[in-house]
Design a protein around this ligand. Structure first.
Ligand SMILES: *Cc1c(COP(=O)(O)O)cnc(C)c1O
Length: 375
């Protein structure tokens, strides 16, 4: 029931409307798996890998049980371990640094740019040591970092680059696709990501035959053939059912990307017109974002979030604390090492964003936001 004083709550990410639009497609794909019964590495896995590789424009896609596993397997395939250092962004989801620590290496946190929130590439070179084994940029909120400059720096030092593309599947950088811009790209199909399944899932992308083979083996307990364990691996396969969901969603994905771009542009126009002074994160001219998050910077964030919540408008914070302050990671970095990340962590706020958000909802969100910041 809706009343004029209390309009219906808005979904932060409207997966129900997406399912309603794709119901026949997704149901048929799931039913096919239930009928053939190959729940592990069934035909949908190969079909999804082939279509995803084609989408990204790389030779190999290896699906994984999650985005985190894809990142972990990337490090394992590159044989990174104790005593090694991996350079990454301080302002990201914990999984990026977690996998570095999990293999026994040390995450080296670099501060980010204040407008894009992506790793500040100019600050990388000074932090490279004889122990550095890889650079792991994050394509935060759906936009790639300065990958050409970053790759050039990596080449100068003979280092591989692993792109954490968990939020940026479908994004382009100078006309090329995120995930295919470096040695390895890793994405996530967590339900709320731009391309999501109905549980956990992820994928690793590479043009390197040897790394792809290593990743395939590590994914199945390091087996080069059945019961021949050539290396230490993990149980890291993506379920056939989850690959079926991805296949069911791919048909509408290009439309969804266009719709996300349209909604983001409209958000920017509405914010501008609102006179609230609120701005979204910047997207550079030579790339586009898939807007995994539509994130703005606000002062008095707790207050603003409360005001919006009271009007049925959910918001989220990605992320409230940069990793160098997190208890599990504080030992890797001094608390003052990333002042830009600290400023952002106190101010970022993500607004509802998904292809099925409608214009009326957007109008409501921006009006409520403008009112909250004026109070
Ligand atoms: C979601 C996410 C991950 C982890 O992906 P999962 O599939 O949830 O394991 C890693 N890095 C970033 C930046 C993410 O947003």
């Amino acid at each position: 029931m809706t009343s004029p004083t209390k309009p219906a709550p808005i979904e932060f990410i409207n997966l129900k409307a997406q399912y309603a639009a794709l119901r026949d497609n997704i149901n048929a794909r799931i039913q096919a798996v239930l009928d053939h019964g190959q729940y592990i590495l069934g035909p949908e896995v190969q079909e999804a890998e082939q279509k995803l590789a084609q989408h990204v424009g790389v030779k190999h896609c290896v699906t994984m049980a999650s985005g985190t596993d894809a990142l972990l397997v990337a490090l394992m395939a590159l044989e990174i371990g104790p005593g090694d250092e991996v350079i990454t962004s301080a302002f990201t989801f914990a999984a990026t640094a977690e996998v570095i620590a999990l293999v026994g290496a040390k995450p080296v946190f670099i501060d980010v740019e204040p407008d894009t929130c992506n790793i500040d590439v100019a600050k990388i070179e000074a932090r490279i040591t004889s122990r550095t084994r890889a650079i792991m940029p994050v394509s935060l909120y759906g936009q790639c970092a300065d990958m050409d400059e970053l790759n050039a720096c990596a080449v100068r030092h003979g280092l591989p680059v692993i792109e954490d593309a968990a939020q940026s599947f479908g994004a382009t950088y100078k006309g090329r696709k995120s995930g295919g811009l470096s040695t390895i790209g890793c994405t996530s199909f967590f339900p709320s990501k731009p391309l999501g399944c109905y549980g956990d899932g992820g994928a690793l992308f590479t043009n390197d035959d040897r790394l792809a083979q290593a990743a395939r083996e590590i994914r199945v307990h390091g087996q080069s053939k059945r019961y021949t364990h050539t290396r230490i691996g993990i149980g890291g396969r993506m379920d056939t059912l989850q690959c079926a969901v991805i296949l069911g969603k791919l048909d509408r994905f290009e439309w969804e990307l266009g719709r996300r771009a349209e909604l983001a542009a409209r958000y920017q126009q509405l914010l501008e017109a609102s006179g609230s002074g609120i701005r979204a994160t910047t997207v550079r001219a030579d790339r586009d974002s898939v807007w995994a998050q539509f994130t703005v910077l606000v002062e008095r964030r707790d207050f603003v979030q409360e005001q919006l919540k009271a009007k049925g408008i959910p918001t989220a914070v990605h992320y409230p604390m940069s990793l160098n302050h997190q208890p599990a990671y504080a030992a890797y970095c001094c608390p003052e090492c990333c002042p830009v990340s600290d400023r952002l962590a106190a101010r970022v706020m993500s607004l509802p964003m998904s292809p099925d958000l409608d214009f009326a909802e957007q109008d409501r969100i921006v009006a409520a936001l403008a009112e909250a910041v004026r109070q």
